[in-house]
Design a protein around this ligand. Structure first.
Ligand code: TYD
Length: 142
């Protein structure tokens, strides 16, 4: 059963240089899955939110390549907000966590890598369905 304690802020390698800085991530070395898909979110108008769903099985890693935004995570029992504002760390989000992104700065660029191709059937869009799945998992684990 996935809880917020499995969420991880991951520091990325950082090469500081008078010519500018460089960071990177590779499968397995920095992030705990193999990347199957990358997408990015940009030009978000002030006050807009993205996401607002959970995934049944997909895991992802989110980096603010530019600007800043907040990722609000909810495991059905508690909520936590993670502010992403530098390109040398990112947020690992396991499957089965409700999430949305908000508070995008001007020019924010969110890079997201995932361990699966895009599949609508993997999404849970109904929050009450999500919480009842989580409560059911908890009862089974007791
Ligand atoms: P949507 O799920 O609404 O984005 P968010 O979770 O950030 O609110 O996705 C917007 C549209 O983009 C939707 O029609 C599905 C499509 N899409 C893809 O085709 N491939 C992808 O990898 C993603 C993430 C979205």
């Amino acid at each position: 059963m996935e809880r917020l304690d499995r969420v991880q802020l991951i520091n990325l390698p950082k090469f500081l240089d008078a010519r500018g800085n460089l960071s990177f991530f590779e499968n397995e070395a920095q992030i705990p899955f193999t990347i199957k898909r990358s997408y990015w979110i940009y030009d978000v108008p002030g006050g807009e939110q993205r996401g607002g769903h959970a995934y049944k099985s997909l895991q992802e890693f989110i980096v603010a390549l530019s600007g800043s935004f907040d990722v609000v995570l909810d495991d059905g029992f508690e909520k936590k907000t993670y502010s992403l504002n530098r390109s040398y760390f990112g947020l690992y989000v396991p499957k089965n966590i409700w999430r949305h992104m908000e508070n995008f700065s001007t020019n924010a660029l969110a890079l997201i890598v995932a361990d699966q191709p895009f599949d609508r059937d993997d999404y849970i869009y109904d929050y009450s369905e999500f919480t009842s799945i989580k409560k059911g998992e908890k009862e089974h684990s007791i």
